[in-house]
Write a protein that binds this ligand. Sequence first.
Ligand code: FMN
Length: 209
Amino acid sequence: MLQDKLNWRYATKKFDAARKVPQDKLDAILKAVQLAPTSSGLQPFEVILVESPELRTQIREAGFDQPQLTEASHLLVFAAWDNYTAERIDAVVDEIVAQRGGGRDAVGPYYERLKGMYLPRTAEENYQHAARQAYIAFGLALTAAAFEGVDATPMEGFDPAKVDEILGLRARGLRAVTLMPIGYRDAEGDWLAGLKKVRKPMNELVRAA
Ligand SMILES: Cc1cc2nc3c(=O)[nH]c(=O)nc-3n(C[C@H](O)[C@H](O)[C@H](O)COP(=O)(O)O)c2cc1C
């Protein structure tokens, strides 16, 4: 049951640095990112898979020295578009037309209206919108990791400007939104493992209108 997996997962503080996540499980987590719904299907983000120990050491420095950043098996960086542009939106339309056929008439007008809404906005507003889409994929990746029995830490405790610089993201029109180390918990070394999960009661979380 999904609920059991969600109870099992927790924001892992200490990973077993010796254990690697197998490729098929990594692929399953990334597939959930690919399948995440996004506003107008723009998928305005990328996931950067950081393998290099040197880069991960630098990211740990930019991440308040959180050990998971170097000790986990893999590090995923969720990076959103820094802005919406006509080119980026056109590329989405091109892809829909290429994959579904039928010409631009079916979807083109919708995306022209979208450009009319998004392009006059500031880059910051558009980035914030894109980042919210990245969070949906981030949540699904966390869920997929739990489903696969892989531990993960959702993280926004880092200096995004520094991570952008370390990974050269701004030059690619991207900005770091969240980090997700994945791997396997070191239950004995982790102060949080085994502590009760604390959540609001349902009657405070869900209210009748
Ligand atoms: C967006 C987001 C950012 C977070 N940032 C961090 C972080 O930088 N470091 C960390 O150890 N935990 C981080 N957490 C973990 C939360 O503290 C944790 O999810 C919350 O307390 C609930 O506990 P649980 O995930 O163990 O059930 C973050 C969680 C989310 C969703």
